[in-house]
Design a protein around this ligand. Structure first.
Ligand SMILES: Nc1ncnc2c1ncn2[C@@H]1O[C@H](COP(=O)(O)OP(=O)(O)OP(=O)(O)O)[C@@H](O)[C@H]1O
Length: 241
């Protein structure tokens, strides 16, 4: 994925405010973490990648291989021009899983993600249960999504997003609501994904497991490089008077 001078502004009573200063980045590593203080611009940066936020200046492009067509050249998608294709290629996991669980039961929620790849109802249902099994939550298939615990909801939300087999996964603080055990489990799951992962997190141990880390401060990427150095940079920023 590539950001070229991608900046974000928002209108305000006193004129446009800058949320993300023009940023240029080429992100090719498999696991990229984004850390920084509250309100620094991490979510905005993450949302640029799947087009949930459009750049006010510059451009954001992602390059994906065409699904099921080995041997064909990769396609470059522009988040402003190719919004729907970008959203099909870039899965997004929100901090609050309730924001994305929209079907009555766990199995139905996963099945919704499979409607393109599995047009037949029975076949889709079997595939949805197989996805739940892979995530260790097949026992919850018929349970109302409202009755699930926070950790179960987050696992289900991630399962539903990954069921659509996105080329890239962007996860915005996906472990924030979880207890230690579930946070660890979901962190391990995310880090082991074959897909490219962009992970916004306040969990510095998890952030340090990435291949590359970005530190965001005041709407700018102020550090870009080795995750352990990034964590040290962020700690130093947090200790500023
Ligand atoms: N649409 C908008 N209009 C005005 N201000 C916005 C808008 N979106 C974000 N902001 C502001 O931009 C700043 C960065 O927001 P962002 O959500 O990217 O921060 P963050 O680093 O993810 O923070 P947190 O860790 O608290 O989730 C914040 O001050 C936020 O209030």
């Amino acid at each position: 994925m590539e950001l070229r001078n991608a900046g974000v502004t928002a209108p305000s009573a006193t004129g446009a405010v800058t949320i993300l200063h023009p940023t240029t980045l080429t992100l090719t590593e498999r696991r990229i973490s984004i850390i920084g203080g509250n309100g620094s611009g991490k979510s905005t940066l993450a949302r640029l990648i799947n087009g949930l936020v459009e750049p006010s200046t510059g451009s954001v492009r992602i390059t994906v291989g065409p699904a099921g067509s080995a041997g064909e050249p990769d396609r470059a998608l522009d988040t402003r021009r190719d919004g729907p294709a970008v959203r099909r290629s870039v899965g997004f996991v929100f901090t609050d899983p309730s924001a994305q669980l929209i079907m009555p039961t766990a199995a139905e929620d996963v099945a919704l993600s499979l409607r393109r790849t599995h047009p037949g109802k029975r076949e889709r249902r079997a595939a949805a249960v197989a996805v739940l099994e892979r995530f260790g939550i097949a026992g919850l298939a018929e349970q109302s999504v409202h009755s699930l615990s926070g950790g179960q909801k987050q696992l289900l939300a991630i399962a539903a997003v990954l069921a659509a087999d996105p080329a890239i996964l962007v996860a915005d603080e996906p472990t924030t609501l979880l207890d230690l055990r579930n946070a660890r489990r979901i962190g391990e799951l995310l880090m082991a994904l074959p897909q490219q992962l962009v992970l916004v997190t306040h969990e510095l141990e998890l952030a340090a497991q990435a291949d590359r880390s970005l530190v965001v401060d005041g709407g700018r990427v102020v550090f870009d490089g080795d995750p352990r150095d990034a964590v040290a940079h962020y700690r130093a920023l947090a200790e500023r008077p």
